[in-house]
Design a protein around this ligand. Structure first.
Ligand SMILES: Cc1cc2nc3c(=O)[nH]c(=O)nc-3n(C[C@H](O)[C@H](O)[C@H](O)COP(=O)(O)OP(=O)(O)OC[C@H]3O[C@@H](n4cnc5c(N)ncnc54)[C@H](O)[C@@H]3O)c2cc1C
Length: 379
């Protein structure tokens, strides 16, 4: 792997940096509230208007045809400039790679430009009250509509992030109740204003109203709502999880920016800190850098044609644990001031605690690592 940036990459970084420094909004409220979500959309539409929303996508869909390395550079600069978490992330970072891989040309042309421009807002409808870690246990059904054509969807999804603010959902439904658990699933793309859908928002532990339950009561959708093949939803979904755990959802730039804030906090407050805290600050910063270099290696491998597959579970455990550590050390430094949520560290900590749960819990990732990366026996 080449550890130097090319002149073109340096020029790309300079261009991103200049635009982001001039345009990143300051002090937006949380995007997981109705008011904050609307303000974040204004920002994400401004990104799109200047072709910074989806840099790695083709120009025809609003991107810049950027290489994976340039995309990483953009992400570093985005967070370095203080850019907020993207409220369209579940569409652009999770669903989009899956549409590129499995969608028909008609689906790509119809779905991707509206997703990039934050016109259609996508949420992820996988978890159900009785199916979280055991994703293959989902019970929501898709039944073939023999008279009208298309499908009829029914069932319930839960923990749907920003579902109350979104316009569309990508979800897994059981289309063949007779088939073995992983084989009877189909991946659907559904507008949330379809008759028969009820979306009920509910609050998270941190007080934001970012979750929703979504109920499907005999909802009619056409055949063009199926992504990939009927009955092959599990393999389509695994492509989404690879993006969610691996590269796109949580790029290193986000953690490098948090590590820099931690070092600044230490500089401001840590002069009398004990060596154990100093060591923890250094360790957290090194880990964020390590994630950066490991990601460069991953991107190099993928550019050479490798598939990340189950190894994305290693990445997911690393970034989610790292995020918790970064915030824990900050709270140690702040002491009692943490109660006042100085610079958002306490709120950030609450969200960091959910990292080992969402995108598949870290216990499940460790099972995947044991069985599929290390080849250990299941029992
Ligand atoms: C912030 C946040 C956002 C989320 N957003 C979405 C979303 O947008 N869309 C969506 O569909 N879902 C979403 N989820 C749900 C998330 O995917 C589930 O919470 C997660 O998969 C765990 O499922 P569960 O909550 O049902 O817990 P369970 O599966 O009931 O797990 C409970 C505990 O048992 C452990 N466990 C379960 N099975 C095993 C096993 N085989 N081996 C070892 N340990 C095991 C788990 O690790 C966990 O500690 C979100 C969750 C959070 C926290």
């Amino acid at each position: 792997m080449d550890l130097t940036f090319s002149d073109a990459e340096d020029a790309f970084r300079a261009e991103c940096r200049a635009w982001l420094e001039a345009n990143v909004p300051r002090g937006l409220p949380s995007g997981d509230t109705a008011e904050g979500f609307a303000l974040h959309l204004d920002w994400e539409r401004a990104l799109f208007d200047s072709r910074w929303a989806v840099v790695s996508w083709p120009e025809a869909y609003g991107g810049r045809d950027a290489t994976p390395m340039e995309w990483l550079i953009f992400e570093e600069e985005y967070y370095r400039a203080g850019g907020p978490q993207r409220v369209t992330q579940n569409g652009i970072f999770l669903l989009a790679p899956t549409v590129f891989a499995f969608g028909t040309q008609e689906q790509r042309d119809r779905i991707l430009p509206r997703m990039a421009g934050a016109v259609d807002l996508w949420c992820q409808g996988w978890s159900e009250p009785n199916a979280g870690s055991d994703l293959a246990g989902i019970q929501s059904k898709a039944v073939r509509d023999e008279s009208e054509g298309g499908w009829r969807l029914s069932g319930q999804k839960t923990w749907t992030t920003r579902g109350a603010f979104c316009t569309h959902l990508f979800g897994l439904f059981r289309s063949d109740p007779e088939a073995e658990r992983h084989h009877g699933l189909t991946y659907f793309l559904v507008p949330l204003d379809a008759p028969g859908i009820t979306v009920r928002g509910f609050g998270r532990l941190d007080g934001d109203e970012g979750f929703a339950e979504v109920f499907f009561d005999d909802v009619a959708v056409g055949d063009d709502a199926v992504l990939g093949e009927v009955g092959k939803g599990w393999s389509v979904a695994m492509a989404t999880t690879s993006a969610e755990r691996g590269l796109t959802l949580r790029s290193p730039g986000r953690f490098m920016a948090t590590a820099r804030r931690l070092v600044d906090l230490f500089g401001a407050r840590g002069s009398h800190a004990d060596p154990v805290i100093r060591d923890a600050v250094v360790r957290a910063w090194i880990d964020a850098e390590a994630y950066r270099w490991q990601t460069f290696q991953t991107v190099t491998r993928m550019t050479d044609g490798d598939n990340l597959g189950a190894e994305s579970s290693l990445t997911k455990v690393f970034w989610s644990d790292l995020d918790v550590r970064l915030h824990e050390v900050a709270l140690e430094l702040l002491g009692a001031d943490a109660e006042a949520d100085v610079e958002g560290w306490a709120k950030g900590y609450q969200f960091a605690l959910s990292g080992p749960i969402y995108a598949g819990t870290n216990e499940i990732q460790r099972n995947v690592i044991a069985e599929r990366v290390l080849g250990l026996p299941r029992k």
